[in-house]
Design a protein around this ligand. Structure first.
Ligand code: NDP
Length: 241
């Protein structure tokens, strides 16, 4: 049984990616950390598309928890091959570097860079055994150009960009592709509170992106048509950068 694991699948971009994976015929493993009700809503929507869906709570930034919870799921389900991993979970805690606290730096690094390491390390082993797999991480425009007020977030996403390029080379011979998608401003709860009219002058396409537009790109990278694309960071930002 082919599965797609989407971290942070309960809301926003991750939710749209779960639905896209279901459209592509994958059973979906929906990770979340706090919002069980949202995860269960996504589960019901995915099942409505005629594939299987399971929810799995773990904090991607906590290596011990990932090993315990995801490790147990993998051990209990040897017949369920995770063919697609979407490292989507992430948070932002913005502030100027000179005022930033150590936990604000660390939490953001843990969720994105730590999450990539903790989850990918477990999942890639099965992909290597199967000699197939797609690993797609959601990074950010901030990780490409650096964003003032986001040194932690920019650094965390840049770390995932470097790791993506390196891992693509490590596992290329095993027919596993490793790519990242770098969105600009996408209309989700993460950017709630940003006043759209203030940001529109920065975006040549004059609008925020929608989660479904990011999910379409992730879906393409997971599809057979993208079999020779690896080690790439693909932007989706309305010509912002
Ligand atoms: P949201 O805040 O809307 O959703 C975040 C999701 O991540 C939720 O499902 C949340 O789960 C989950 N999550 C957060 N922390 C953890 C954790 N430690 N362990 C497991 N799950 C976690 O964010 P978006 O959909 O906007 O963002 C998704 C990704 O896209 C992030 O990596 C973000 O950095 C990136 N991105 C977003 C952009 C935007 O403009 N929105 C732009 C560029 C990149 P729960 O529901 O349980 O809290």
């Amino acid at each position: 049984m082919k599965y797609a694991l989407v971290t942070g699948g309960s809301r926003g971009i991750g939710r749209a990616v779960c639905l896209k994976m279901a459209d592509l015929g994958y059973n979906v493993l929906i990770n979340y950390v706090a919002n069980q009700a949202c995860a269960e809503q996504v589960q019901a929507l995915v099942r409505g598309k005629g594939v299987e869906a399971e929810t799995l709570r773990f904090d991607v930034g906590n290596g011990e928890e990932v090993d315990r919870v995801l490790g147990a799921w993998l051990a209990d389900n040897p017949g369920k091959h995770v063919e697609v991993l979407v490292n989507n979970a992430g948070i932002r805690q913005d502030g100027l570097l000179m005022l930033m606290t150590s936990p604000e730096w660390q939490h953001v690094m843990d969720a994105s860079a730590g999450g990539f390491f903790n989850v990918t390390r477990l999942i890639v082993r099965g992909m290597i055994r199967q000699k197939s797999g797609r690993i797609i991480s959601i990074v950010s425009l901030s990780g490409l150009k650096g964003q003032l007020g986001q040194t932690n977030y920019s650094a965390a996403k840049a770390a995932v960009i470097g790791a993506t390029k390196a891992l693509a080379q490590e596992v290329g011979r095993k027919r596993i592709t490793v790519n990242a998608v770098a969105p600009g401003l996408i209309r989700t709860e993460m950017i709630q509170g940003l006043r759209e009219e203030e940001y529109l002058p920065l975006i040549p396409m004059n609008r925020f992106g929608e989660p479904e537009e990011v999910a379409d790109l992730v879906g393409f990278l997971a599809s057979p048509q993208a079999s020779y694309i690896s080690g790439q960071i693909i932007s989706i930002n309305g010509a912002q950068y």
